[in-house]
Design a protein around this ligand. Sequence first.
Ligand code: PHE
Length: 456
Amino acid sequence: MSSRGSFSGQAGFVVAAAGSAIGLSNIWRFPYLAGQHGGAVFLIIYMICIFLFCFPVMVGEIAMGRAARLNAYGCYTKLGNKHWGLVGLAGVIIGIIILSYYNVVAGWALGYFVEITFGSLLQKDDYEGFFGSFVNNVAANSIYSFIFLAVTAFSVAGGIQKGIERANAVLMPALLIILLILIGYSLTLPSAMAGVRFYLVPDFSEITAQTVFEALKLSFFTLSLGVGGLMTYGSYLRKEDNIIQSSAVVTWADTVIAFLAGLMIFPLVFSAGKSPAEGPALVFIVMPEIFKEMPEVAAHLIGGAFFLLLCSAALPSCISLLELPVAYFVDEKKMARKKVVWILALVIFILGIPSMLSFGVIPSLNKLWFYNDKEFLTLVADVTDISLTAGGCLMCIFIRNKWKMSNFNAELAFGNSNFTRSFARKYINFTISYVCPILLALLTALVIFDKVYNVF
Ligand code: PHE
């Protein structure tokens, strides 16, 4: 065990797991989806999904990791058998694929940070056009995403305490500070309150099936569930630490950051007289337009801070995504951590190239004929999204039918002497056994149906 490494304690684990959870989806995806789906009502439904259904799945992942003290494949093999191991192995592969495109988007954030702070981004007139040419600038994008991946690899190569824990201990407070400064600024703008009202006062007539559907999908992705990333982190957690409490803190931290991101963005959007429903373009097209209207110094500082915030959210998520396959090769193939890290980083960089080229440089990747003429990156993101909910569903079935609830509960009782008699035990047992597998199976089926027939 000592050769695998471990977190220094519960706090180190919680910060790293929160770092994995908090990512582009909190700062980018959550605000634009909330903007498109009625603001406050989306927030409420999102929180219900997170606490009622996702929290038990997180507890399940971490418990499996700590019980087996192995990578995702090893967990399923040790607690189950080789056949179940394939579910873990699929998670490892999906993690690699997610990182290949996630890193490209993180590279855009880094590029925008550089362009807005040191370059001429604020002098542009047409941000839609700029974004279009930016994502097609292959040379610049390769450099940005390469840098991002190299920093990720460097952190993971340092090991659990000296690399992953240390990077998170710097990045997470930095993220919070930048976010609070930006909120302070945005709440003092004229018409800020219109944004706050949109975000906090629910209009229940806005609820549609699509609102619920998008909130459920997002809540699963944002908590990094379903691929085994948190399972891997759980394998480095000490026996005396409390899994329920740690999961609760991670869940809250992720939700609070998403909430704060909305509180920063909507006042900015409303003060600039923009629509909150711009969709994915919100961050890369609408935000620069907003920064441009500010006095010059503020524009550079606030705009720069905003994209730095995106980078500091994305990096810990990338770190956990890389640790997932690294742990597999270290545990199963007995390879040296540093060597695996750099080989995998190179492979992931190469796998990300088609995503990077899918915005026009290679027309056939830009409009996939078999996928409603969407771009390759969207295909990869959609397929991996489905794998997360499918993976979560299989994990619940595994815990109930193969590993057995008694072993699961015994693991949760370590570091939590009240667990056996607690309400949490009843609730988690019930949801893992019945609610989550059914709900996740349904959601997976609906997502596939939606992708093929475009229902939502
Ligand atoms: N949770 C991360 C985010 O919100 C993404 C992620 C998914 C990270 C799965 C690890 C595993 O951006």
